[in-house]
Design a protein around this ligand. Structure first.
Ligand code: GAP
Length: 440
């Protein structure tokens, strides 16, 4: 299970090119030469990224009664980051190549400069990854603020607010999706490591005696989430960190890893943070972040189990896993075999010609489907070309409106993966598509 599956060495380039060409992900500020460390999500990418986040929110919040959501501020005062330990310890080891002067993260280069091949470096020094800025019109220490490097601290600082307003008791969780910022030394591998990215994090508060059980529970639940959304098991594995490699807050961390084109690497981390965060913030703020168990007449600091995923990194993994080339009717096609829940469009409505009678029926079909599915409407070029275009962006179903439709009030539904086509009455179309997406 640990050997890396043989992957197409060009896969990263192919997916990066497809993402740019079809409007998933663009390099930021490209007309100014690009910014290297940030990316913009285009018309298709924004749909897919929303779907990734929606799938996470659905499984974490909508389908459970023990987890609630929040949306906390990105900008925060230094006190939060002093208490969390980030100001002191959220660093990476920075080295300069003595020959070409490029800067690298020491733990990522195995002693050889990726730029010039030299093995001569400066001594590593701790480089803090926090983005520092000024809040308000006054400069100086009193005005210092930081962009959050993780969403997690918003859940800890709001622990009492959430307890007081929701009547939850451990085990219970607070979930959040949002942007985080890290001044990464070497952003790289497309959106795998960027300076601005989105996270999907859960802080799950448990009685200390139950921490190990819940830690194991969340490792399995998070692994299964990726499987359920279509990443094949051979592209996923779990990697438990050795005690020496643990972050400053962690009593145990297991990564869900993905087989990227460069090898196994982190997709998501699941950590047992113990009582580190609540204790730190209690001590620093003077507010006791504890739970009072009335039945046992006992006050305690819950432990925290944290599944921490990257929304943008997960989207990239879903794209890499979905990318396929196969041969249909003697022609090679590119197809994204995305789960329908993640695809930018679930349905494309394709009138065979631009004739107004067909356009009229297409509009009718779209008005039936749009409240239930994200739909594309494509009228240009041959039907074969349009099928290929939809395959390439992962649209699971194409609905073709042709001249027979005017007579029989039926359309052709084509399946992306099998390319099989069936004729369906317009009045049955919604039910058919809902059934094929297991919503029937
Ligand atoms: N609250 C714990 C925490 O933030 P982390 O392992 O540093 O843990 C969690 O980050 C996840 O966030 C990672 O597994 C990854 O998916 C994503 N992530 C972290 N840094 C990232 C970056 N620079 N670019 C894109 N995604 C990143």
């Amino acid at each position: 299970m640990d050997s890396t599956p043989a992957l197409d060495p060009d896969l990263l380039d192919k997916v990066t090119n497809l993402a740019k060409r079809r409007g998933f992900i663009f390099p930021s500020a490209e007309i100014y030469g690009g910014f290297r460390s940030t990316y913009d999500y285009g018309p298709l990418g924004v749909n897919m990224l929303r779907n990734v986040k929606q799938a996470w929110w659905r499984s974490m919040v909508q389908m459970r009664s023990d987890i609630v959501g929040i949306d906390a501020a990105i900008l925060g005062p230094p006190a939060v980051w002093a208490a969390s330990g980030h100001l002191e310890t959220f660093t990476d080891p920075l080295v300069d190549c003595l020959k070409c002067k490029e800067r690298w993260r020491e733990d990522k280069i195995e002693g050889v400069c990726p730029n010039c091949g030299s093995d001569q470096f400066t001594e590593p020094r701790a480089f803090n990854l926090m983005f520092k800025t000024q809040a308000g019109p006054v400069e100086g220490e009193g005005a210092t603020a930081y962009l959050r490097p993780e969403t997690a601290q918003g859940m800890f600082t709001n622990f009492s607010n959430v307890l007081a307003t929701t009547r939850k008791k451990p085990p219970f969780g607070i979930a959040q999706i949002g942007k985080s910022f890290r001044n990464e030394i070497t952003p790289q591998n497309f959106v795998f490591r960027t300076r601005e990215f989105e996270q999907m994090e859960l802080e799950y508060f448990v009685p200390p005696a139950e921490a190990e059980t819940w830690y194991r529970y969340w490792i399995k639940a998070r692994y299964d989430w990726y499987l359920d959304l279509g990443i094949p098991g051979e592209l996923l594995r779990l990697h438990e960190h050795a005690p020496a490699d643990l972050s400053h807050y962690s009593r145990g961390t297991t990564d869900v890893e993905f087989a990227y084109p460069w090898g196994w690497d982190e997709l998501e981390g699941v950590a047992n943070r113990g009582d580190y965060d609540l204790t730190q913030h209690s001590n620093a703020s003077g507010t006791r972040l504890e739970y009072y168990d009335q039945a046992a007449n006992e006050r305690y600091t819950p432990y925290v189990i944290e599944p921490a995923a990257g929304a943008t990194r997960a989207m990239m993994a879903f794209l890499l896993a979905a990318y396929h080339e196969d041969v249909v009717e003697g022609e090679t096609r590119t197809v994204l075999r995305l789960d329908w829940r993640l695809a930018p469009f679930q349905v494309a409505v394709l009138p065979l010609s631009k004739k107004s009678e067909l356009e009229g029926v297409s509009e009718e079909v779209l008005s039936i489907l749009r409240p239930h599915f994200m739909c594309d409407h494509d009228v240009t070029q041959s039907i074969g070309r349009r099928y290929r275009r939809q395959d390439e962006v992962g649209t699971p179903f194409c609905v073709t409106v042709d001249f027979d439709t005017l007579e029989d009030r039926a359309v052709t539904v084509r399946d992306r993966d099998t390319t099989a086509q069936v004729r369906v009455k317009i009045e049955d179309l919604l039910a058919t598509l809902r059934e094929r997406t297991s919503q029937g």
